[in-house]
Ligand binder design. Structure first.
Ligand code: CA
Length: 233
């Protein structure tokens, strides 16, 4: 398990670009999985664990923004957008889609793989420390996305579905402040039916469960008027 190659889902309809990316990722030790449409990409995410998604904004069946919004409802997987126009960059930044990074075309394969590594380092820091040899520091968080389980300081948490999705979203980008809207979109099947307060209520129960494991710390931080973030460890 520790030596398995991280699967990177590449969603890009232009064959030449996709082949360059796939080749570069393979060379860097990743396991690329190439899909050409948003629909195929979403199906692939349901079918197997994916460590990161490289998502082109211009796809034949949907735009990358909609695909990202859709996948965010069910997955906390990091996303790097591929953009063709500078206007798209503004949208990525402005819409707060939960993108972890973006790369503007044309880009060098080396630039992309460097971003992939950096985002994975950020988002999977706990898993990464597991595979390094230094045993000194205990692994704070372990997120097993395939089994939908999260462990905190070595204890598997007993979470409801919404709690799991909330925490998974926060874990996807430690330090990042998520608004209640963003958390609701990520964690609820029907966000429109939930009240703002629902996020607060679930954060409260989550905190209680985390306190049972570690009474001395408060890993979820409240940002008044903004939302919540997970403390960077
Ligand atoms: Ca395209």
């Amino acid at each position: 398990m520790a030596n398995s190659r991280a699967t990177v889902l590449v969603v890009e309809d232009e064959t030449a670009i996709a082949e360059t990316i796939v080749y570069a990722l393979k060379t860097e030790g990743f396991e690329p999985l190439w899909k050409t449409t948003g629909r195929e990409a979403l199906a692939a995410l349901e079918a197997q664990p994916v460590a990161l998604v490289v998502l082109d904004v211009g796809l034949p069946d949907a735009n990358g923004f909609d695909v990202c919004r859709e996948l965010r409802k069910r997955h906390a997987v990091p996303v790097i957008f591929l953009t063709a126009r500078s206007g798209e960059v503004d949208r990525i930044v402005g819409l707060e889609l939960g993108a972890d990074d973006y790369v503007a075309k044309p880009f060098s394969p080396r630039e992309l793989t460097a971003r992939v590594r950096a985002v994975l380092r950020r988002s999977q820091a706990p898993a990464a420390t597991e595979t390094t040899k230094a045993p000194a520091k205990p692994t704070e968080w372990v997120h097993d996305e395939a089994r939908c389980r999260i462990s905190y300081r070595g204890t598997a948490l007993d979470l409801t579905r919404n709690e799991y999705r909330l925490l998974g979203t926060l874990l996807g980008a430690p330090g990042r402040v998520f608004s209640r809207d963003q958390l609701m979109t990520a964690a609820w099947d029907d966000p429109g039916a939930a009240l703002d307060r629902t996020v607060d209520a679930h954060i409260k129960t989550l905190r209680a469960k985390l306190r049972e494991v570690a009474p001395d710390t408060e890993p979820i931080e409240t940002h008044r008027g903004l939302g919540y973030s997970l403390k960077e460890s």
